[in-house]
Design a protein around this ligand. Structure first.
Ligand code: FEO
Ligand code: CA
Ligand code: CA
Length: 659
């Protein structure tokens, strides 16, 4: 979700020391010294160990299942960069073609229930529940079949982050009703669809037995320390173990056992808090009135009447796209946060390490280390079934980035340090429900909106986009620190770290891969140090099996085409060669869209990305009387509405993407 700087969440008033209190100005200037300097920083000896991963350059990494069969040949990046543009079209490099599928409102392919999209917004709530949701976000491809067939038929699991109710309903929000709330809830969540390639063209397979929607009222099981906790019990669910719905789902993560992870990001915006939210609710950004107006017709989103319902969102959710009968789950052991998403590394002895960030200003980065090893399929169980409880037992940590380039993972364990009954934490369940407050007490580092993460399994490195934070260094707000080194951080950074030893290590070394920006800017802090094509507000981040780091951007409509972002054009996707540091622009989206989510087939010859909210308005809600004021992508029909959609990218010669 793009955010207007003036309205996004900013709830951390904790007094935990930010490392700016001990930050080293010399290191800040070192950080501005360019990628070569940065690399040498991370390459410094680490506790007797040298970070060899960077010396090896584009080490093969995880990213798409099965993709490791593709051996790198020739230069990592072989396409011709495209310019920044501000036109209402999607642009890919010479020699590439882009095709739109699965736009908002397309029937997903439920047998006997495939309502056609109505371009005037008049589909019903029941129809929307079996159609593609709004505002596509993270996406992942799951092959069906093996060998060559795996790259020509598969499932796409994807998120539908939020709604623009000005577009969703025929008359927008002019009138407001229970049916409109239900339709908005049906347009949230996730979708699983089947797709296949015939020749060079991909299409949805409809009907498909896999076709499925998860909405803001689909029942989810709750597992982990918060399951059944007193703070999770409601009148409708006195056991505290089953929640209706998921919402504000952003990034996608794929597990080694074949399931899909998604984060519930800005859940606070869906609840009415009234005039007197308590300290806990304030710390989680609860406001007087929900911006989505659901409480007017769905009382459970009124936190005055149902305060614990608020605690039942903000979790990482796990679904099994391959099993249409499986129950989706909220994994509370991973901690509650305005999660962007969650990504998994594997320790040498086979345990899962789940990294996640919290996309809010001055919030934190987490990792969870599973107690048990990842189990293989067998005994009549699929891998997903064999690991159905893996993410329920383990240790959660929060990150502290120190000024000398070292970092610590601080355990969020009940009874340890300040995380005691005396300090208000009754048990581990309360620790995970109140991860922010627990992290405040531990002195975790307040970050500039951690969004997507990408993991280089082989090199032991983790990358995280810090999308922006214009409040950094402003009056009464936390100042700069080594990890968040720019005041009024309009441009964003990508931070990276290498665990000392294995992924379960309590310590790491960190630096910045790149500070985004435009060297033509007058303000020094807005110039950045990009080697190649300028960009701002990095958000989506995926490492493909050849080692290309794909960077996607999310500038908001209120920021674009002016001021410091004047020359950067529409939101875009760029490819980074980490060995050389080069960043090269690969794709630009239509006007006021966000580019988010990228996944490739195992042969790396088809790429799927999502275009979210083309035509987004500065006010965040479109005018139903003029819905195509800013964009009419992708249909360009007179009187039509812009639609989020999946875009399939192929090379005209069928070659590997990016080469
Ligand atoms: Fe929903 Fe942080 O993007
Ligand atoms: Ca974003
Ligand atoms: Ca995002």
């Amino acid at each position: 979700m793009a955010k207007d700087f003036s309205t996004m969440e900013d709830s951390n008033r904790s007094s935990n020391l930010s490392i700016h209190d001990v930050s080293d100005p010399a290191r800040r200037s070192l950080l501005r010294g360019g990628l070569g300097t940065l690399a040498s920083g991370l390459l410094a000896p680490i506790g007797g160990l040298t970070a060899l991963g960077l010396l090896q350059g584009c080490a093969t990494a995880g990213g798409s299942p099965g993709a490791t069969a593709v051996a790198p040949t020739g230069p990592l990046l072989g396409f011709k960069a495209i310019p920044a543009v501000a036109t209402d079209t999607l642009v890919v490099p010479d020699g590439y073609v882009a095709q739109v599928i699965a736009a908002w409102g397309e029937a997903i392919g439920v047998v006997g229930n495939m309502p056609a999209f109505k371009a005037d917004g008049s589909n019903t709530a029941a129809e929307q529940a079996v159609q593609m949701g709004m505002h596509h976000d993270g996406i992942h491809y799951y092959p069906l079949g093996s060998g060559g067939a795996a790259s020509s038929r598969g499932l796409l699991a994807m998120n539908h982050e939020y709604t623009d109710d000005g577009l969703l309903h025929a008359d927008g929000m002019k009138t407001w009703s229970a049916e409109k709330v239900r339709k908005a809830q049906a347009a949230h969540g996730m979708a699983v669809i089947e797709v296949e390639r015939q020749g060079a063209v991909w299409q949805m397979v409809r009907p498909s037995r896999y076709a499925r929607r998860f909405t803001a009222y689909t029942p989810f099981a709750v597992t982990g320390p918060a399951a059944g906790h007193a703070l999770m019990k409601t009148a409708a669910d006195p056991a505290g173990r089953s929640v209706l719905g998921t919402l504000n789902n952003c990034a996608s993560g794929m597990t080694p056992w074949g399931t899909y992870l998604s984060g519930e990001e800005n859940f606070a915006f869906y609840f009415d808090g009234g005039d007197n939210p308590d300290a806990h609710q304030k710390r989680w950004g609860l406001r007087k009135t929900a911006s989505y107006r659901w409480p007017e017709h769905d009382e459970r989103f009124d936190a005055r009447k149902h305060p614990n319902e608020f605690n039942r969102f903000g979790w990482v959710v796990e679904i099994d796209p391959m099993d249409p009968t499986s129950t989706p789950v909220k994994r509370t052991a991973l901690g509650r946060a305005a999660h962007e998403g969650a990504w998994i590394a594997v320790t040498k002895d086979g345990r899962a390490v789940v990294y996640s960030g919290e996309d809010a200003r001055f919030e934190y980065i987490y990792k969870f280390v599973s107690r048990d090893k990842i189990a293989a399929a067998g005994g009549g169980k699929t891998a997903a079934q064999a690991n159905s409880q893996l993410l329920d037992h383990g240790t959660l940590y929060v990150a502290r980035f120190d000024a000398d380039g070292s970092g610590r993972w601080l355990p969020l364990l009940h009874g340890q340090g300040p995380l005691t009954v005396a300090n208000g934490f009754a048990d581990q369940g309360e620790i995970v429900i109140k991860s922010r407050q627990a992290s405040d007490l531990l002195g975790a580092t307040k970050m500039d909106r951690p969004e997507w993460l990408a993991i280089d399994q082989k090199a032991g490195e983790v990358y995280c986009t810090l999308t922006n934070n214009s409040s950094r260094g402003m009056k009464d707000m936390p100042g700069v620190d080594a990890a968040n080194p720019r005041a009024n951080n309009v441009m964003g950074n990508i931070i990276r770290w290498k665990e000392i030893g294995d992924f379960d290590s309590p310590s790491m070394r960190w630096d910045h891969l790149v500070l985004a920006g435009d060297p033509a800017n007058a303000r020094p802090d807005a110039k950045g140090n990009v080697k190649g094509d300028s960009f701002a507000c990095p958000d989506g981040l995926v490492l493909d099996a050849r080692g290309v780091l794909w960077i996607q951007t999310d500038m908001h409509a209120t920021q674009m085409y002016k001021g410091e972002l004047e020359r950067i054009g529409n939101n875009q996707m760029l490819a980074c060669d980490r060995a050389t540091g080069e960043v090269r622009r690969f794709l630009t989206g239509p006007v006021n869209c966000e580019i988010t989510g990228v996944t490739l087939t195992p042969d790396l010859r088809t790429m799927f990305i999502n275009v979210q909210h083309p035509g987004e308005t500065p006010s965040d809600r479109s005018d139903p009387a003029d819905p195509s004021k800013f964009s009419n992508w992708p249909d360009f029909k007179p009187g039509g509405r812009p639609r989020s959609a999946t875009v399939v990218i192929r090379r005209k010669d069928g070659g590997v993407i990016g080469t």
